[in-house]
Design a protein. Structure first.
Length: 190
C-alpha cells in the first residue's frame, strides 16, 4: 500500500480494537504481553510502523523513551497528537533514519511482511540496536493471503540473529474478535 492509502486509513485506523486499544481489557492484554518481553525502563525503543502511536502511547505511559516512525504523514500527525512527548518521523521502515546502535528495542507490528525486501529491512532494523538489543515483532499470516507465517518470519530473523522465540496469539483479547488466521509475537534477543 502507498502512503496515500494509509493516509486515508488514518481517520478510522484506531477503530479496530487492536489498533486503538480503547477497550481496557484489550489494552491491558497488550500491556502485559509487551512488558513481559521488554527490558526494564528506561529503555529506548524504536517503534517502526507506529501508525497513530497507540503502542508508543502505551510504552511512554510505562516510562519508556520511544521514537516512532511511519511512512504515512497522516498517521504521524495523529501520533504526534496522541503522544506529544515522543519523537516521530515520517520515513520508510525499510530504511529507518534513526541513529545506529542507539536503541535497546526495535518494535514493529504488522510491518515486516510489507517491506519490499524483508531480509534487508530487518538487517537495517538490527543495526539500530545496542549490542544486547531486543527485537519485538508482532506479525501474522492473514486469511487474505497477506503476511508472513511464523516460520517465514523466524527464517528472516535468523538471517542476522541467532535467537528467535515465537509465541502464537490466537486469543481474541488481543484482537477484539475471534480470529482464524495466524498471529504471533516474535522476540529476538542478541
Amino acid at each position: 500500500m502507498t502512503h496515500e492509502l494509509w493516509d486515508l486509513e488514518a481517520a478510522s485506523f484506531d477503530d479496530e480494537p487492536d489498533h486503538g486499544l480503547a477497550d481496557a481489557d484489550t489494552r491491558a492484554a497488550w500491556r502485559e504481553l509487551l512488558l513481559g518481553v521488554l527490558p526494564p525502563t528506561p529503555a529506548r525503543i524504536a517503534d517502526l510502523g507506529c501508525g497513530t502511536g497507540t503502542l508508543t502511547r502505551l510504552l511512554v505511559d510505562e516510562g519508556y523513551s520511544v521514537d516512532g516512525l511511519d511512512f504515512s504523514p497522516e498517521m504521524i500527525t495523529r501520533a504526534r497528537v496522541k503522544v506529544p512527548e515522543a519523537d516521530f518521523v515520517v520515513a520508510d521502515a525499510a530504511a529507518p533514519p534513526f541513529e545506529t546502535g542507539a536503541y535497546d528495542v526495535v518494535l514493529s507490528r504488522h510491518v515486516l511482511w510489507a517491506l519490499p525486501d524483508p531480509v534487508a529491512g530487518f538487517a537495517a532494523w538490527v543495526d539500530l540496536l545496542k549490542p544486547q538489543g531486543t527485537v519485538v515483532l508482532v506479525e501474522g499470516s492473514w486469511m487474505t493471503g497477506a503476511g508472513l507465517t511464523a516460520v517465514e518470519a523466524e527464517a528472516i530473523v535468523r538471517t542476522v540473529r541467532r535467537e528467535a522465540t515465537v509465541r502464537h496469539l490466537p486469543d481474541s483479547i488481543y484482537w477484539g474478535k475471534v480470529i482464524e488466521d495466524e498471529r504471533y509475537l516474535l522476540v529476538s534477543r542478541a
